[in-house]
Design a protein around this ligand. Structure first.
Ligand code: ZN
Length: 150
């Protein structure tokens, strides 16, 4: 049973309904993935089930895996910590990229919507092969190098 009053106060329901601004990464029919506005680390994402429920949906887990894979290839953390939580009785999965030793209890650093938009674009870009330096620059470097040797 859903208590309407708690549902109205639920921050995650507000994100899903659009009453709270968020930076959406992806979604399926049961869950959405957004960036955490107070991230523990760069790329910290939340998978929120569309239904106000404590139950972790299978579709939330599959979305979590999909986003985790994308974060791993694009942002290259050492690992990604996946932790379930339910605040206000609403099931949420935290995806925390681990670069050093971050975990769910680490300090949070508020970020901006602009920064999250930039991060989203980063996740969406296809990997580009490294562009070779133009030849003229290589020649300049060769000429420059011997001068630096005392
Ligand atoms: Zn809710």
């Amino acid at each position: 049973m859903i208590n309407n009053e708690s549902k109205n106060q639920c921050v995650f329901c507000s994100i899903i309904s659009g009453n709270i601004n968020s930076c959406k990464i992806d979604e399926n029919d049961k869950a959405i993935a957004v960036f955490e506005i107070n991230p523990i680390s760069n790329g910290h994402a939340l998978i929120i089930s569309k239904e106000h429920s404590e139950k972790v949906q299978k579709k939330s887990l599959s979305l979590a895996k999909k986003i985790a894979k994308r974060i791993k290839t694009k942002l290259k953390p050492k690992d990604i910590q996946i932790s379930n939580s339910n605040l206000f009785g609403h099931s949420v999965i935290n995806l925390i990229p681990v670069y050093q030793d971050e975990n769910i209890n680490s300090k949070r650093n508020p970020t901006t919507m602009e920064e999250l938009e930039r991060l989203r674009a980063e996740l969406e870009t296809k990997s580009i092969k490294k562009i070779k330096k133009p030849k003229i620059q290589q020649i300049k470097e060769k000429l420059w190098l011997p001068k630096r040797i005392p």
